[in-house]
Design a protein around this ligand. Sequence first.
Ligand SMILES: C[S@@+](CC[C@H](N)C(=O)[O-])C[C@H]1O[C@@H](n2cnc3c(N)ncnc32)[C@H](O)[C@@H]1O
Length: 281
Amino acid sequence: MESKADGASIRRSFRTLRYVPEESKDKVISDEDVLGTLLKVFQALFINDFNKQSDILTMLPEPVKSKYQDLLSVQHPRVKLLEYRHHQQSIFKPEEILYKTLGFSVAQATSSLISAGKGVFVTKGLVPKGAVVSMYPGTVYQKYEPIFFQSIGNPFIFRCLDGVLIDGNDKGISKVVFRSCNGRDRLGPLKMSDSTWLTSEFHNPLAVGQYVNNCSNDRPANVCYQEFDVPAVFPIELKQYLPNIAYSFDKESPLRCVVLVALRDIKQGEELFSNYYTIVS
Ligand SMILES: C[S@@+](CC[C@H](N)C(=O)[O-])C[C@H]1O[C@@H](n2cnc3c(N)ncnc32)[C@H](O)[C@@H]1O
């Protein structure tokens, strides 16, 4: 169950910090549903990228290559993977892939709120209640890791229930730190996360959640945050679309991600609003 924090705490600051009791564990949708959505979108993006770069295939490790060979042979029985690009002429933009897989697309644009800067809108289609509508990108810091300089004047720090922090700022030192961690964690040709949310050429069209504005009395929240730890079974070749990366490399711990889930059906043209101070109990 959710309730809004008192008005005083909302007025205190607009920083993305949620005051929630430590014992709160509620999730609006199951982890399986979050995983299912991410796999569906990322797999579609991956296949679309085949069409853009045929050489990506030759660079992939053998088990990954044969897995997609099988997948594409099922969809296109007479087409071998290396020939797939020539048979499948259509190349889509990431937002079109999102629309084709989930039935909606989202994007940043000037907020409908005066002086609130940018916001996030449903640009096409309908977001059904309970759908994963975007992701909160950024560097993931454990409680004990240094974030002092990155946090100065930074309204994009998201606090998870267990004190883990996600820095979703796409500028300045935050951007440098994310890029540096991204370079560090590459596995040969395979990237372990997506840094394109730091540019205007997004590879993952869901990675705009840090631009969602705070709700108010006349703009009630239509999305909420939900934490998601990426499971060990997550396909290695799809990690390149994850817009989060751990500040310290640790291959034992799961990567923390945060998704935004629709609290009601959201129509085309509507702006997304979350509650920065959600209390889940
Ligand atoms: C996490 S950022 C959201 C993206 C921001 N609108 C931007 O363009 O960078 C949080 C900042 O957005 C602005 N903001 C968010 N919700 C707002 C609201 N309801 N009214 C006015 N400004 C808001 C505040 O400046 C806040 O510090």
